[in-house]
Design a protein. Structure first.
Ligand SMILES: [Zn+2]
Ligand SMILES: [Zn+2]
Ligand SMILES: [Zn+2]
Length: 517
């Protein structure tokens, strides 16, 4: 049993699109195909002027105003975002911090749980807190793992299992299943999942109960009504596949989601960004129309629709962007001679995803958002700025707690819990994993000798980013983090940072470069 505390290190996204590698098994072939099929997005040329305005980096003044407002509204004291000469903007200490101090807790703008992690952890789709109960978390995981393995005992099990039959099934399973050495009778897993079976001491780890989606889909759950409502208003009303979905076609939406799950779940995050902008645009427009009714003479905007779209887009305009296919790191298994083909294939994949999204939620007044150029820049922004989303598992805490009980008590409890721990196997402690964009954290610049790092403490049980000082930081000093593994050698570090579009000139790089010359 692993005895690590329930704390997890978070770092910037590992930036290779792993699930794309299999499509490049025959790169020569891929190159020929891609050259033949260079995709053209008609919206790119039709709305080129508006697209340029959307993608124009904000001025220093706009940056300053936006982040001053954001920091005040979120009450993040102790830091400032300021325009800086080298990299556009940076985060600066407004107070003295000691090593280990919390520098920033940043609420995400958009986040997603990785598709592959959804079997392991049931979390709130808005704040990413674990929900349900210890029993539900364990039962659901064992049940879904069973479904993922068609030959295993869950399909074979009958429903009238007496103890004897359970015992028999248990033995059959343990000899035939390749996944787990120890599998439990179906009934046992199901009663755990439906919370009919209580595990000893689990009430020491209470979780908020799971709230269903107000739109009626069975794909997302929440920790509270307020999270459900906030997600609905932010973007889920357009991305819901339930009865009350505001999308154009639930069928098209399901196709888009399926494509993202099969290729790269960053598309789900990009869809959230597009939906959020559309919904905000509609709200601004409704407010504007109301205002105009009251006062028909005043007309602030010439082309008011686009001015309102620009306003709705503002939070996204603040993130540093490059096109996804230009900035994504070349996976290790792709030869540099196939780089062009690889990048073209990524572009094509983004176009496929965009076309599916368009069929599901297109809004003519927001047309420029559906250009490949804008879609590519949104995904590129996530690629370059996102942090891994990590929330430690209460199931891990539960088993660690039992392991720590006084010997006599532990023996008694362990007899009941051991079969579940064995059935879960080494994965019992898997945390919630995903990727998220944090508006303030994403302004932090890189250094190979950073002053802070993303690190979740025991008390950090939701998806917010926590940035901790890793040495004393004085008032006025820049707060930096490392985008890469800073233990690497100079050359390797610079190669990785080249994908971010810069050459590092931090004190450590400067010193190490001077040594070479
Ligand atoms: Zn929540
Ligand atoms: Zn829904
Ligand atoms: Zn450096």
């Amino acid at each position: 049993m692993r005895q690590e505390a329930g704390r997890v290190d978070t770092r910037l996204n590992s930036r290779s699109p792993h699930n794309l590698q299999s499509s490049l098994e025959n790169p020569k072939n891929a190159l020929e195909k891609s050259l033949l099929m260079e995709v053209v997005c008609p919206i790119d040329s039709q709305f080129s002027q508006q697209i340029c305005l959307l993608l124009e980096p904000p001025s220093s003044l706009q940056v300053q105003e936006h982040f001053d407002g954001l920091i005040t509204s979120k009450q993040c004291c102790g830091i400032q975002v300021k325009p800086s000469n080298d990299y556009g903007k940076g985060v600066y200490a407004d107070l003295d911090f000691e090593e280990g101090d919390l520098v920033l807790k940043d609420q995400m703008l958009f986040g997603v749980q990785h598709s592959s992690n959804k079997i392991d952890c049931l979390v709130c789709s808005f704040c990413f807190r674990f929900i349900g109960s210890i029993e539900l978390q364990i039962g659901r995981k064992l049940y879904l793992q069973g479904l993922g393995n068609p030959k295993d005992c869950f399909d074979l099990a009958s429903s009238d299992g007496s103890d004897k039959e359970d015992q028999l099934e248990f033995q059959q399973c343990s000899s035939t299943s390749s996944r787990n050495k120890f599998q439990l009778p179906t009934e046992c897993v199901e009663s755990l999942m439906h919370e009919k079976l209580a595990l000893p001491r689990s009430m020491k780890f209470p979780l908020p109960s799971a709230i269903i989606c107000p739109g009626g889909c069975k794909e997302v759950y929440y920790c509270s009504k307020s999270c459900a409502q906030a997600d609905w208003d932010l973007c889920h009303s357009l991305l819901c596949t339930g009865e009350d979905s505001k999308s154009l076609s639930k069928k098209a939406l399901s196709k888009f989601i399926e494509h993202a799950n099969e290729t790269n779940d960053i598309f789900l995050l990009a869809a959230k960004a597009v939906c959020c902008t559309i919904l905000k645009y509609r709200k601004l427009k409704a407010a504007y129309s109301k205002e105009k009714e009251k006062n028909p003479i005043s007309n602030g905007f010439g082309n008011h629709s686009f001015a309102l779209l620009l306003k709705a887009w503002k939070p996204l305009s603040m993130g540093y962007k490059r096109r996804w296919w230009d900035c994504v790191a070349l996976p290790d298994d792709v030869d540099t001679s196939d780089e062009t083909a690889f990048r073209m294939q990524i572009r094509q994949l983004a176009f496929e995803s965009l076309e599916l999204l368009k069929a599901a939620i297109f809004d003519e007044e927001c047309s420029p958002l559906f250009s490949l150029e804008v879609y590519g820049h949104i995904i590129g922004m996530f690629e370059l700025n996102n942090l891994d989303l990590v929330v430690a598992s209460p199931v891990e805490d539960y088993f660690l707690y039992i392991d720590d009980l006084p010997e006599a008590e532990k023996k008694e409890v362990d007899e009941i819990t051991r079969p579940f721990l064995n059935a879960l196997g080494e994965d019992y402690s898997v945390c919630c994993q995903g990727t998220a964009f944090f508006p303030i954290q994403s302004c932090m610049n890189h250094s190979c000798c950073p002053s802070a790092k993303a690190f979740k403490r025991d008390e950090d049980r939701d998806g917010q980013a926590t940035i901790i000082a890793c040495r004393p930081i004085r008032k006025g000093e820049e707060v930096t983090i490392s985008y890469i593994d800073e233990d690497l050698q100079l050359e390797e570090r610079q190669a990785l940072l080249a994908d971010y579009g810069f050459r590092c000139k931090c004190p450590r790089c400067t010193q190490e470069e001077a040594k070479i010359q």
